[in-house]
Design a protein around this ligand. Structure first.
Ligand SMILES: Nc1ncnc2c1ncn2[C@@H]1O[C@H](COP(=O)(O)OP(=O)(O)O)[C@@H](O)[C@H]1O
Ligand SMILES: [Mg+2]
Length: 618
């Protein structure tokens, strides 16, 4: 059921027009009917002003100059100026309104997408890179927003303008109008051809930028390795290639862009010539006035704007279609909550079922014939069954890739088993209210995530209303007091993104303090002490004991002392439990664990013993 086979990795630039998506994009304007109305009215007004102007020029020529009536000429010219001022005001208001509308839509869509992505099941993130997801929330949303706000209003208004121009020209002199329309196909042809080429050139620049960014990102992330291996020059060559690609694509786009205006002018000039050639005869025979001819050439000049807008917005529409497909694709994925609701409904065969609120957890954990794979046809766990009693401490050992973390992931309900059930206190995790369950479990992982902000913020993450005293107690218990107090600012020291200004051991200590504060009913430690030195680890053993006491705990560790202290050890291999029991039982069994102990743990024991450290004793 958590199978997302949407082809989201395919970054196509354009998609055929899709009415459903188009209407869905437009539906984002629904909360702003007034703004939409205002934007439409303003755009229409500025178009109407544009339509009236040539008629006024015509009157200026015919009723003013030709009739030698200075008063009328004055009035008309003043009118033209007044109209221009009005146009200025209207167009300012129009730009402001459409931008406001556009940004509002972007705001809503971006927020919706962010909140949705944050609540998607883990399996969504297994399949795509962070970069792709980020580009959905930024670029794709922009494409959609632009179209919904300005694109549609523009096209609609420009169509009105086009119809207006044609109607006026036909009324003024229909034969001359039809004659001058013969230039339109050329104009349309030039526009579409050019727009095509231009579009693909801009597409190339965007791809080149993406390539530059990707290479830059990788270089910064891997700079240490590049420098250590002296690979700067080879790396430069790669960058140079992407950089050149951008340069030539950009130059091509600019050349094409510039070609458009002279061509449009040329077609316009041809139209004017036709009008004057034909008009001259009519004028001499007294059938048309000079003013009419002026108005005509003027309207002809206005012809290209709607056509140009239309072809521009059309390509905007196609690229918004591609974006919409991706964005709506994500928005239509079920969140974790929705997914479990669906499971409940399936089970209850009706919409009646409600997720069970998890009461305070006692700590009985049961895996009941659990089979699971991240990809549906490649199981990672095979028919795993075990029961853990409240308060028990379980150590999971086994080779890398055996499935230890996967067991933990299922226990935290980040994933659902393909077959079988995971039960806590008899509650099937599939049917339990997620928030009420997760609130009661705590995790400390190998690669602890520390957020930017202060140390205090990060500690409070586990318990938002923790008092200063509670925090200090937790910090002291994990022996993190010294290093925190030595940092500039102490508890208020700013942590950089991902906690890069802390050592990985320090990050783990903070994570421990965070877990202690949260006081979870089920505790999960996945290689949580892997970056802490043996000395500090020994020091925090006491804190560990406090931490483990009275709650069910799962520990994945490579240190003998930790493994040994567990109530039960489970040896995982190839997604199966191959042995379980206490340390002594397993050593006596002379099986996998005994071999592991010989190969790995015993060394540690000698090592620790040599340091005069006996904490690993039974
Ligand atoms: N998110 C994932 N997507 C696909 N495969 C995964 C994912 N996480 C782990 N695996 C695979 O599942 C197997 C078990 O991994 P894991 O449980 O992390 O092992 P470990 O015992 O080292 O903690 C490995 O073969 C690994 O490649
Ligand atoms: Mg692991």
């Amino acid at each position: 059921m958590s199978e997302y086979d949407l082809d989201l990795e395919e970054d196509v630039e354009e998609r055929p027009f899709n009415k459903e998506h188009f209407l869905r994009i437009l539906s984002y304007t629904r909360p702003y009917p007034k703004t939409v109305a205002a934007a439409t009215a303003l755009t229409l007004t500025s178009i109407i002003i544009g339509l009236v102007e040539p008629l006024m020029f015509r009157s200026a020529l015919d009723q003013g100059i030709h009739a030698q009536n200075w008063r009328v000429l004055g009035i008309i010219l003043a009118g033209i100026l007044g109209l221009r001022i009005l146009a200025l005001v209207v167009s300012r208001a129009q730009i402001k309104t459409t931008n406001y509308l556009g940004q509002k839509l972007l705001f809503d869509l971006r927020q919706e997408l962010f909140e949705h992505v944050e609540r998607l099941p883990f399996s969504f993130f297994d399949r795509r890179s962070a970069g792709k997801i980020i580009s959905r929330i930024t670029n794709d949303v922009n494409h959609i927003g632009n179209l919904a706000a300005s694109g549609v209003i523009n096209v609609a208004s420009q169509m009105v303008s086009l119809v207006g121009i044609i109607a006026i020209m036909m009324t003024l002199h229909w034969r001359m109008a039809i004659l001058s329309f013969t230039t339109i196909p050329f104009l349309a042809l030039v526009l579409t051809k050019l727009r095509w080429a231009l579009q693909s050139a801009w597409g190339d620049t965007r791809k080149a930028v993406a390539e530059i960014n990707a290479h830059l990102n990788e270089t910064i992330q891997g700079l240490q390795v590049i420098q250590a291996f002296g690979r700067e020059e080879a790396n430069d060559v790669k960058f140079d290639k992407a950089n050149r690609k951008f340069f030539s694509a950009y130059m091509r786009a600019i050349r094409l862009d510039q070609a458009f205006w002279p061509l449009a002018d040329l077609v316009g000039a041809a139209g004017t010539c036709i009008v004057i050639w034909y008009g001259a005869k009519e004028y001499l025979e007294g059938r048309v006035t000079l003013g009419l001819m002026l108005a005509f050439t003027n309207y002809l000049g206005k012809f290209w704007a709607p056509i140009s807008t239309f072809s521009r917005v059309w390509s905007q529409i196609l690229s918004a279609m591609a974006s919409a497909e991706r964005v709506f694709g994500i928005l239509d994925l079920k969140t974790e909550m929705e997914e479990s609701k669906e499971i409940l409904e399936e089970k209850a065969e009706g919409p009646a079922a409600e997720a069970a609120i998890m009461p305070p957890i006692q700590g009985r954990v049961e895996f009941d014939h659990v089979t699971f794979g991240y990809k549906s046809r490649e199981p990672v766990l095979h028919d795993v069954s075990f029961t853990v009693n409240p308060g028990e401490t379980i150590a999971l050992v086994g080779p890398t890739g055996a499935g230890k973390t996967t067991i933990i992931n299922l226990l935290a309900r980040f994933y659902l088993p393909t077959e079988g059930r995971v039960l806590v206190d008899g509650y099937d995790l599939m049917t339990v209210d997620l928030e009420s369950y997760r609130k009661q479990i705590g995790m400390v992982l190998q690669d602890t995530f520390i957020f930017s902000g202060t140390i205090m913020d990060n500690l409070r993450f586990g318990k938002l209303d923790a008092t200063q005293e509670e925090i200090e107690r937790a910090v002291e218990a994990v022996r993190a007091k010294d290093f925190i107090e030595q940092m500039p600012g102490g508890y208020m020291a700013e942590i950089k993104e991902r906690g890069t200004n802390l050592s990985s051991g320090q990050r783990q200590l903070l994570a421990f303090a965070r877990a202690i504060l949260a006081n979870p009913r089920i505790l999960i430690l996945d290689e949580a002490t892997s970056s802490i030195d043996p000395e500090t680890e020994r020091l925090i053993q006491d804190a560990m004991k406090i931490l483990l006491k009275g709650r069910t705990s799962f520990i994945i560790a490579h240190r003998l002392s930790t493994v040994r202290a567990a109530d039960r050890i489970m040896v995982i291999e190839d997604g199966k439990i191959v042995e379980q029991g206490t340390h002594d039982e397993l050593v006596r069994l002379k099986g996998k664990y005994a071999a592991l102990y010989e190969a790995q743990f015993k060394k540690q024991e000698h090592h620790v013993a040599a340091e005069g450290n006996v904490s690993a004793g039974t």
